[in-house]
Design a protein around this ligand. Structure first.
Ligand SMILES: [Zn+2]
Length: 425
């Protein structure tokens, strides 16, 4: 460690550090400078020869800022507006009607409200799936909040090749989204039943990189599978009434995408509840990743998500919140708190270890977004994004204990800059 780094950085000491990418450290310390972590380890090692400033966080546990890999901020004000009991297709129908009734200003207000709620939840990075693209023209940049990755949602049901004017519009929208996303915006063709192969081909022509990613709601519901495999069921009837045809062919949606050779390398599959072993193999062969949204899953009462089979196949799986339109009432105080998802995941998968669940909202979540070299764990070279809460228990119980308690965070720091938490209350 050079003298100059020592002079300009700051050392933090805490009772327990959960780096996520390495084992917990008791009586730990970390050194940060200019928004980047320089060192992480035991206090007794890092204090040696340290001459810079020291902040003692005392009886606290420190962990990386949380990463939400799937959310729709624009639907924040839909909390409690849509029924869960009447099936997936009915929910989609009501969602579409509600969306049509909203004015642009309602989307903006709802989106900003969702953004503002992230910091008290300890979420310092999130991937927002955005359908109301006009929002990007409403503000030069959003207010200070979590690091944003905008995933532009596209719905397209005409199977003709997209004209060059549409391609230009997609490129321009991506440029705007890049401006909000540190140049790493991505695409989100909504779902196979609301998109066509021609749209996926067009999206494949946009600038690509491992960090941009393409996410899609995939194999989420029984109705979606009936639509593609049997050409019947409530979703089939609803789409038929809307004049929307299946342009993919007959079969499981993952096999149809694979047959069309349109699965992008590293695709992020959202939900993916209904998979057979061969579908998991197809996704693994494309280095796909997944987001499971436990509370959204419970809201719809979908068939069990095959978590362990996916993990066994080497597919990275993260947990996301989805939108507040799929949260059961009464909503908790911090409805976007990712620990609600971790807690629900532990309920759904009794053999899941709490430390693994914690990894699914930090390191794995960063990984599925292509951001794991920057956020999601505490290690030298990573962004100085951390959160803390008082903790006096054993290190081995920490993950289970803090998930169970859904803690309030008393520090939320991004790129070395603390957020004034009272400003968000
Ligand atoms: Zn979603």
């Amino acid at each position: 460690m050079s003298q100059s780094l020592k002079a300009s950085g700051e050392l933090f000491r805490c009772r327990l550090l959960l780096p996520i990418s390495s084992p917990p450290v008791e009586d730990a310390a970390f050194i940060a400078d200019n928004g980047i972590l320089l060192a992480v380890g035991p206090w007794k090692d890092l204090r040696k020869d340290w001459t810079g400033s020291i902040t003692d966080l005392q009886e606290r546990v420190v962990l990386p800022g949380l990463v939400n890999p799937h959310v729709h901020l624009e639907y924040t004000d839909m909390l409690g507006e849509l029924p869960s009991q009447q099936g997936f297709t009915n929910w989609v129908d009501q969602m579409v009607q509600l969306k049509r009734s909203w004015e642009p200003v309602q989307y903006q207000r709802s989106w900003l409200k969702g953004l503002e709620q992230q910091i008290p939840c300890g979420t310092t990075t999130l991937a927002d799936t955005l359908s109301h693209h006009a929002l990007l023209g409403c503000m030069a940049k959003p207010p200070r909040g979590p690091r944003l990755k905008i995933l532009l949602e596209w719905i397209h049901t005409q199977d003709d090749p997209l004209p060059s004017s549409s391609m230009d519009r997609m490129q321009q929208t991506l440029t705007l989204a890049d401006h909000w996303s540190d140049g790493l915006a991505g695409s989100s063709p909504h779902a196979p039943y609301t998109t066509t192969p021609s749209l996926w081909e067009a999206l494949g022509k946009l600038p690509q990189s491992p960090e941009r990613i393409c996410s899609v709601h995939l194999a989420e519901s029984v109705e979606e599978i009936s639509y593609f495999q049997e050409a019947n069921g409530p979703l089939f009837d609803w789409l038929s009434r809307a004049g929307i045809q299946n342009t993919w062919g007959q079969g499981h949606p993952i096999r149809l995408l694979d047959r069309s050779k349109l699965i992008p390398h590293g695709m992020l599959a959202i939900h993916a509840n209904i998979l057979e072993a061969r579908d998991i193999q197809i996704l693994a062969s494309h280095r796909a990743t997944m987001v499971h949204c436990p509370r959204s899953h419970a809201f719809f009462d979908h068939p069990p998500f095959p978590l362990h089979d996916c993990l066994q196949a080497g597919i990275p799986v993260a947990l996301g919140t989805d939108s507040l339109a799929t949260i059961k009432k009464p909503a908790p105080i911090h409805p976007f708190h990712l620990f609600h998802e971790a807690k629900e995941a532990l309920k759904q998968f009794p053999t899941l270890r709490p430390s693994t669940a914690l990894g699914m909202i930090t390191f794995q979540a960063a990984k599925v977004l292509g951001l794991d070299k920057k956020v999601g764990s505490l290690a030298p070279g990573m962004a100085c994004d951390w959160i803390s809460t008082p903790y006096g228990g054993n290190p081995e119980d920490a993950a289970a204990s803090i998930i169970e308690s859904i803690p309030e965070w008393d520090h939320v720091v991004s790129a070395g800059q603390p957020f004034p938490l009272e400003a968000f209350e």
